[in-house]
Design a protein. Structure first.
Length: 321
């Protein structure tokens, strides 16, 4: 009896002490802040490991041709900066999502068309929706970086007056509120240089992530300055004035392809919706395209033409500077 009473008293005291300790810690530490810091550190560790792998892969030379997977990952994943929100995103995750979309859309589309080739083509286009969204996000990032480029060069110029070293200026600029996605791109480049990648090759990789003619000119000028050890402060001052004037001209002419690209994608998917309504609410059209061999073959041909139009739209909507 005495032993049982002692056990109960000990248990109560231990529980009280645990509650008191938990309350004390909770009152001194912001749980939300702690979780946020933990997630940031996890994302940072993952990013560092990924960039170290890239450094080992690219330290040979940037002139080595990228594989198809590497090129697609650079075009869709890196340019969109989706890793800022989904750190583990890569080409294989995107492929898995696309396959899942294809599988999930196949049964309902087949119940409408009852013809496997047409169904496969349309579901294949639906499976490309994640790639369309990443492409749009990449184009949006490109426009955003172009608008902020003169301001970014101004930040670099101020840091170069402190220390005449462009990579020192790059590192310090990430702490100067330059904003996303440029902040992530510059930080990744600095990590790559620290991991052993050649600085000129790191600049080439940075240029690939930003599909923008002005940014390409900026990178080329920086590379030439590094090669021939020119006056970096004077170069940045001249480029700052030049890009401010270019941005004024862009604003005056309203030159942009992002909204046009978005409109084209919306119109393409409206075609699918209109086609669906024609098939479901016009008995004669439904009978011809879904019940006759000629109609099914024509429908498959039209879907192939539509898929070809989607493919070519990626190149047509790119603005040639």
């Amino acid at each position: 009896m005495k032993y049982s009473l002692l056990l109960i008293v000990n248990s109560v005291l231990l529980a009280a002490f645990t509650i008191l300790l938990a309350y004390t810690l909770a009152s001194r530490i912001s749980i939300k802040k702690a979780l946020s810091l933990g997630l940031d550190r996890l994302n940072g560790d993952y990013r560092n490991r990924r960039l170290q792998r890239e450094a080992r892969k690219y330290t040979r030379t940037i002139s080595v041709k990228l594989s198809l997977v590497e090129r697609l990952e650079l075009t869709l994943i890196d340019k969109s900066n989706i890793r800022q929100y989904i750190p583990f995103m890569n080409f294989y995750v995107l492929l898995l999502v696309s396959v899942l979309v294809f599988i999930l859309t196949f049964p309902p589309v087949y119940r409408i068309l009852y013809f496997v080739p047409s169904t496969a083509v349309i579901c294949g286009m639906f499976s490309l929706v994640p790639a369309f969204l990443l492409d749009l996000l990449g184009r949006y990032n490109s426009e955003k970086i172009r608008r902020k480029l003169a301001e970014f060069i101004s930040v670099l110029n101020r840091w170069c007056t402190v220390k005449e070293d462009i990579f020192y200026a790059f590192e310090r600029s990430t702490e100067s509120g330059i904003g996303e996605p440029l902040r992530t791109f510059i930080r990744d480049m600095c990590i790559q240089v620290r991991c052993g990648i050649n600085p000129l090759e790191a600049l080439d990789l940075l240029q690939m992530k930003v599909d923008n003619a002005q940014f390409k000119d900026f990178v080329i000028n920086i590379k030439q300055n590094i090669k021939f050890r020119g006056d970096i402060t004077k170069l940045l001052t001249n480029m700052e004035a030049q890009f401010y004037k270019l941005e004024e001209e862009y604003d005056r002419r309203k030159i942009s392809t992002y909204k046009d690209r978005l409109l084209i994608f919306v119109l393409m998917f409206l075609v699918l919706i209109i086609g669906y309504f024609f098939l479901k609410f016009n008995p004669r059209v439904e009978q011809y395209y879904l019940a006759t061999t000629e109609g099914k073959l024509l429908l498959a041909f039209f879907t192939l033409l539509f898929a070809g139009g989607v493919y070519f739209s990626f190149g047509i909507t790119r603005f040639k500077h």
